[in-house]
Design a protein around this ligand. Structure first.
Ligand SMILES: Nc1ncnc2c1ncn2[C@@H]1O[C@H](COP(=O)(O)OP(=O)(O)OP(=O)(O)O)[C@@H](O)[C@H]1O
Ligand SMILES: [Mg+2]
Length: 257
């Protein structure tokens, strides 16, 4: 049975989507079967994987409001072993539509249970909020992968994030764990980045990945070409970092081929 992981931090612009797209692509390149679920109305993971949002028959929105079966919404990306369940702007309204529904916190979980056996890993790209879409994600997963940007106020909001995880654990998903913490947008030339790494390691103890993602302009360019970094520029620092992160991730999962 596959492991389901939410890439989550309610803070915006910390590298959730970049990590989701690129870690998933590297893990799929390692021969694992991966499905990425884009539950952010911004749809950046969907476009970052090269899927045209305008020609989609079904999206995660249809699944959440139970108008389609999850299997109907799966799209094969251009990349081997890498499937996507795309997002749509309609999702922005889903929070409100869900409010009146029975079992509104576990709609996504119920759907994912149907495809869990088909993949080694399912990654969910969460929106930067603590709304019902995020709660649905946290209720549906085995663990949470937390990207943290090496910037001022890196730990701001982290206690709220951990509280949310604890609340979901208590009320909806007792087995929820922290998968790991990824430090992103590291700039080795600044003392600030180095300080943030220390602070985050202190706070999360052994949960922080040894691999740190550097700030790398190729990572910022790749989404506009709809390509994960390992296909856009395999030799870039960003590609090397995400390939290494995937190796570390699989090693810690004891899932090395
Ligand atoms: N390591 C990096 N080096 C350079 N640019 C990066 C890096 N990681 C992310 N970016 C850029 O920073 C911006 C924010 O990253 P990203 O979209 O991954 O964050 P996010 O947490 O998903 O944001 P949101 O909260 O809006 O969903 C994007 O423009 C992205 O291309
Ligand atoms: Mg994002």
């Amino acid at each position: 049975m596959g492991k389901v992981i939410a890439v989550f931090n309610q803070k915006g612009g910390v590298g959730k989507t970049t990590t989701n797209v690129n870690l998933s692509a590297c893990i799929a390149e390692n021969g694992k079967k991966v499905c990425v679920i884009d539950i952010d109305p911004q749809g950046n993971t969907t476009s970052g994987l090269g899927v045209d949002k305008n020609i989609l028959e079904y999206t995660i929105y249809d699944i959440i409001i139970e108008e389609a079966n999850i299997k109907e919404a799966i799209v094969a990306t251009e990349y081997e072993n890498l499937h996507l369940i795309p997002s749509s702007v309609q999702l922005a309204g889903a929070e409100i539509e869900l409010t009146g529904m029975k079992n509104r916190e576990i709609k996504l979980k119920q759907a994912i249970d149907e495809i869990k056996n088909d993949y080694d890993y399912i990654f969910i790209d969460c929106p930067p909020s603590l709304g019902l879409l995020t709660i649905n994600s946290l209720a549906a997963v085995d663990s949470v992968l937390i990207p943290i940007q090496c910037e001022y106020y890196a730990l701001e909001g982290v206690s709220q994030l951990m509280n949310t995880i604890q609340l979901v654990k208590k009320n909806l998903n007792p087995n929820l764990e922290v998968q790991g913490v990824v430090l992103s947008m590291f700039d080795g030339r600044t003392n600030l980045s180095i300080q943030v790494v220390d602070e985050v390691k202190n706070y999360f103890k052994g949960k922080v990945y040894t691999t740190i993602i550097p700030r790398n302009v190729r990572l910022a360019e790749a989404p506009s070409f709809g390509q994960p970094i390992i296909y856009y520029d395999k030799k870039s620092k960003g590609a090397e970092a995400y390939a290494e992160l995937a190796e570390e991730f699989l090693y810690l999962e004891e899932d090395v081929i």
